[in-house]
Design a protein around this ligand. Structure first.
Ligand code: ADP
Ligand code: MG
Length: 569
């Protein structure tokens, strides 16, 4: 038997699991059942596509079994899915491989109270079992392989791993419950109740196996003879979930709670979603989609190795959850499933990219999601929460998704010289506030909202009552805004390069002023020398003495303007 150290982050996570109070312990059952369901999904796909497994698993049917034993203080969850070999165990339940989970652990503060709040927002899968377990054995055999392995750990620093005997493929999770968890979780009613709550619509049957005392029926003759009824123990094998994939159910039958619980079972998130979008489409292409927008943006959203949140199914058979092309990148925060009736069951994951049916599904899914977000935007309070999380991702969509650019622009919100602190405006509202001559959307970009709001460049716009958007997400605004072009024919115009709005001034007046400032202008020019292209009198400003502007043709000048801005000038 070999001892293995947990990866440091796993150690940290486990410490938190076992030492911090956590109010919602029951979710470990949801997490383990969801892993079993995933494992069955995987084998279901492989037996259709892998020649070596086809015959052996021709009549196989996925199922999950749960047993408990109060005397033994144990709870066991068994599946006949894909299983794990030695390497899988080391990689999957000894390490944190997923970037989402990894950034979650990185975000831990060491303050147990704060950290357990964080866990509340973010499920941590398998490891949650250590909230209730003194010790866990994972016994597993990978489909198509010979050797089974047993992984054991008490949730501190290390785990044991050794070959063992197991006849069939799949995984057994044997949980030795902590003393004070036995009465709660080694209980028929409690388990039934948790499964119904979270796993009712897992697509495979979940059976609860338990002993029940039954009183033997006496025959009439025995009754007459005065015989006593005898008790005996019967082994029950009872299906405790509906085992119908949730998305196949008619909408009318599903309650918010059903949708929310299903979301939690597929998303690693323990909060309810912000938006739920369930669509059945018939016609040329037949498919069902169920999309969710999380309340809080996924942790890995801004990591290059972010994970897709969409699972693809064909006729209820899971195909992949690892395809980032199922939705466009800017919608990578969306969780959910796509289930197609038309794709071939043995579709290889590799050819999905070029598939026309899938491209159609993708296109209409995007339209549907954007239109639901639009509906959400009618509720200002709810929408501000959406914007707080996803404005930035949507901005990416403006240049990624040309077809939907206009609808995305309608969804974006911006700070502006006419919004109060913390409030934002839509472009539509910006337009409606503008005076009748205005034909452009003015904006200024920079890092710091306060600096931008105090920019001397805004003065003449303020004086002319022209609203200017304050774009302070520089990293993205600077790249994207110039590519927008126009919104409903109003050109996006950067006020650092644009002609300032005209202030009425006669030619005579202008000459008079230039004459008056001639000396000072040439002195400044002399002083700054080659550092500036030109120093001139301007009508842009109404309060400040001077400002720096960029000349788009002159890259060097632009770079300098940037430098000055960076220095807070
Ligand atoms: P996630 O399910 O989000 O990947 P988990 O922590 O729940 O994260 O599980 C980690 C990994 O362990 C899974 O991705 C899977 O590879 C493996 N695993 C866990 N439970 C099982 C199981 N019952 N059968 C096969 N593999 C499993
Ligand atoms: Mg999981």
């Amino acid at each position: 038997m070999a001892k293995h150290q947990f990866q440091t982050e796993v150690g940290q996570l486990l410490h938190l699991m076992t030492h911090s109070l956590y109010s919602n312990k029951e979710i470990f059952i949801r997490e383990l059942v969801s892993n079993s369901s995933d494992a069955i999904d995987k084998l279901n796909y492989l037996r259709l596509t892998d020649e070596n497994l086809k015959d052996k698993f021709a009549s196989w049917k996925g199922e999950i079994n749960i047993t408990f034993d109060e005397k033994d203080k144990s709870l066991t969850i068994i599946d006949n899915g894909i299983g794990m070999n030695e390497e899988d165990m080391i990689n999957s339940i000894g390490t944190i491989a997923k970037s989402g989970t990894k950034s979650f652990v990185e975000a831990l503060t060491g303050d147990a109270k704060k950290d357990s709040n964080l866990i509340g927002q973010f499920g941590v899968g398998f490891y949650s079992v250590f909230m209730v377990a003194d010790k866990v054995d994972v016994i597993s055999k990978k489909a198509g392989e010979e050797t089974a392995y047993k992984w054991s750990s008490n949730g501190t620093g290390e785990f044991d791993l050794a070959p063992c005997i197991k006849e069939t493929n799949g995984t057994v999770i044997y949980i030795k419950l902590k003393d004070d968890e036995v009465s709660e979780f080694a209980s028929k009613y409690r388990i039934k109740n948790i499964i119904e709550k979270y796993s009712n619509h897992i697509a495979y049957p979940i059976f609860l196996n338990y002993d029940q005392e039954v009183i033997e029926e006496l025959s009439e003759e025995d009754k007459k003879a005065g015989k006593e009824a005898t008790k005996k123990t019967e082994r029950k094998h009872e299906q405790i979930n509906e085992a119908t994939a949730l998305w196949t159910q008619p909408k009318a039958k599903l309650k918010d709670e059903d949708y929310n619980n299903f979301y939690k079972s597929i998303s690693q998130d323990s909060s309810d979603p912000m938006l739920t979008i369930h669509t059945k489409t018939e016609g040329v292409n037949e498919y069902t989609t169920l999309f969710y927008v999380p309340q809080i943006a996924p942790m890995d959203m801004y990591r290059a190795d972010y994970q897709s949140g969409i699972k693809l199914y064909v006729k209820r058979v899971f195909i992949t959850d690892d395809n980032r092309e199922l939705l466009p990148t800017y919608l990578r925060f969306v969780r959910g499933i796509i289930d197609s009736e038309d794709l071939p069951l043995n579709v290889s994951r590799e050819i999905l990219q070029e598939n026309r049916i899938l491209a159609n599904i993708k296109q209409s899914s995007v339209k549907k999601i954007l239109s639901e977000i639009k509906k959400l935007s009618k509720d200002e309070e709810k929408y501000s929460k959406f914007i707080e999380q996803y404005n930035r991702a949507l901005k990416e969509g403006v240049y990624q998704d040309f077809t939907n650019k206009e609808s995305i622009l309608e969804l974006l919100r911006y700070k502006s010289t006419k919004t109060e602190n913390g409030k934002m405006t839509s472009l539509e509202d910006y337009k409606s506030r503008a005076n009748s001559e205005q034909k452009a959307i003015y904006y200024i970009v920079g890092e710091n909202e306060k600096v931008l709001r105090n920019s001397p460049l805004l003065e003449s716009y303020k004086k002319n009552d022209i609203e200017v958007l304050i774009l302070d997400d520089k990293e993205i605004d600077e790249i994207i805004t110039p590519t927008i072009g126009a919104f409903k024919e109003w050109i996006f115009t950067d006020i650092t390069t644009a002609e300032a709005p005209k202030v009425e001034q006669s030619e005579e007046e202008k000459q008079k002023i230039e004459e008056e400032f001639k000396d000072i202008v040439s002195k400044i020019k002399e002083k700054l020398g080659d550092e500036v292209k030109e120093v001139k009198v301007t009508s842009r400003l109404s309060e400040s003495a001077s400002c720096i502007t960029k000349d788009v043709q002159d890259a060097q000048m632009a770079a300098m303007a940037h430098m000055f801005r960076a220095m807070g000038q």
